[in-house]
Design a protein around this ligand. Structure first.
Ligand code: SF4
Ligand code: SF4
Length: 414
């Protein structure tokens, strides 16, 4: 159920970036859901009235996407109504393990994160860049796609994933050249965040300062309060248009006890978290440890399957592939997700730069936690835990960091 591992081809970075440069758009392009510190008071929404929120957004022209139950996992897809949400379901996660489980209640958002992230909508796994055909006079014409970009409303984004979107914003729109596809998909997104009331066993957002409560990047944040006698949502607006929405749907003002219940929800999620990373000096830790013996240990276990990169909400590598039909009349150029775990990824004329699995795992982890900081000004990891859950051999990033830190300490202590 994890997204497409078998189509990992050559990375043609140069042609991709030439394309992106050619279709460059101004940096000032509007990206929505930047919080403006809306001061509108929180409100409480009864579960049946959540449908009004969906209807409001649809009437505003948004395509709603969010969690659905499919193929044994909670994955993101189009939502027609709240009936499409995985009501009453949760999941159990551990290193290399994911299982759906029925809850004892009818919570709408009683789970954490599955194999999908929002990048599947903003930076699609497969995207046609252009197509062209030969004309009868022998000349060549480029055909327009003419596909309108959806205005996405993301329903149920978790705090860690909102941080992941902001990281990808920097990657795709924060430099000299902007990715036109990402920018178009990201334009005018409406984000309904959900604050986690529980943590999966693989979560470590508190170590990365990315959760479990959403503090930025949303239009509305919901906290689901559910116990033996109550079931409702505490909703706060993060933007003016979020406040406009909350003023239009059935809701009652939140009382101090509702705010306290929402805080208790976040405290429970924090208390649930089992995994941690010591991020002290982490960039230099990795820069000191290119030759750590831990990379040899990892090589014995890592399959170089690339699952960790496919499920990661911040990984952004891609390849570009040209195809023609058998008659030679029609050609297409596609962009697809790629992974630094493939041998082809670092292929330059004559061979692959990273020929060993050890060098590829080291590249991935060092980029996530160290070089990303130099490149984009933040960590490339938001602590969502997906790479731990979906690694077929259960390699756990938090344990690997601890092992590298231990061997580093032994080196320093002599
Ligand atoms: S760490 Fe796990 S998921 Fe990532 S490439 Fe290695 S085996 Fe695959
Ligand atoms: S590296 Fe792993 S834990 Fe960190 S953001 Fe990516 S998938 Fe999540």
């Amino acid at each position: 159920m994890v997204t497409r591992f078998n189509d990992l081809y050559h990375p043609f970075w140069l042609s991709e970036w030439l394309f992106l440069a050619f279709f460059n758009v101004p940096l000032a392009y509007m990206i929505s859901s930047e919080n403006i510190g809306s001061s509108s008071p929180a409100v409480c929404i009864a579960p049946p009235d959540l449908e009004s929120l969906f209807v409001y957004l649809r009437n505003q022209g948004y395509q709603l996407v969010g969690p659905t139950l499919q193929n044994g996992a909670i994955v993101y897809d189009e939502l027609e109504s709240t009936a499409d949400l995985p009501v009453g379901w949760t999941e159990e996660q551990a290193a290399g393990e994911y299982r759906l489980k029925r809850r004892s209640d009818e919570a709408f958002f009683g789970y954490n994160v599955g194999p999908h992230s929002w990048k599947k909508f903003l930076f699609p796994a497969h995207q046609k860049l252009w197509q062209g055909s030969k004309k009868s006079d022998g000349s060549f014409e480029t055909l327009e796609e003419n596909k309108p970009n959806p205005r996405y409303a993301f329903i149920g984004g978790r705090a860690c994933d909102l941080h992941a979107i902001q990281i990808q914003d920097k990657v795709f729109t924060g430099g000299t050249y902007q990715d036109t596809i990402y920018t178009a998909n990201r334009e005018d997104n409406f984000i309904v965040a959900v604050n986690c009331g529980q943590a999966a066993r693989t979560c470590f957002c508190t170590s990365m300062n990315t959760g479990p409560k959403a503090n930025t990047g949303f239009d509305i944040a919901l906290t689901e309060i559910i116990d033996d006698t109550n079931h409702y949502f505490v909703a706060e607006a993060g933007t003016g248009r979020g406040a406009d929405l909350l003023a239009e749907i059935p809701a009652r003002p939140a009382e101090p006890e509702d705010a306290q219940a929402a805080r208790a929800c976040t405290e429970k999620a924090i208390a649930d978290i089992e995994r941690f990373i010591d991020t002290t000096d982490i960039k230099d830790l990795f820069y000191r440890n290119y030759e750590s013996p831990q990379w040899n240990e990892l090589e014995k276990r890592c399959l170089a399957c690339g699952n960790c990169t496919m499920v990661c909400p911040t990984c952004f590598c891609s390849k570009v592939e040209d195809t023609t039909d058998l008659t030679g009349q029609h050609a297409e150029r596609w962009r697809s997700w790629d992974s630094c775990f493939t041998l082809d990824f670092s292929y330059v004329h004559g061979g692959s730069v990273r020929s060993s699995v050890k060098s590829r795992y080291r590249q991935w982890l060092t980029h996530k936690l160290a070089t990303w900081i130099d490149q984009f000004g933040s960590s490339g990891c938001v602590g969502c835990g997906r790479c731990i859950t979906w690694c077929p051999v259960g390699i756990d990033l938090t344990q690997e960091v601890a092992a590298i830190r231990n061997s580093d300490k032994e080196n320093i202590d002599g």
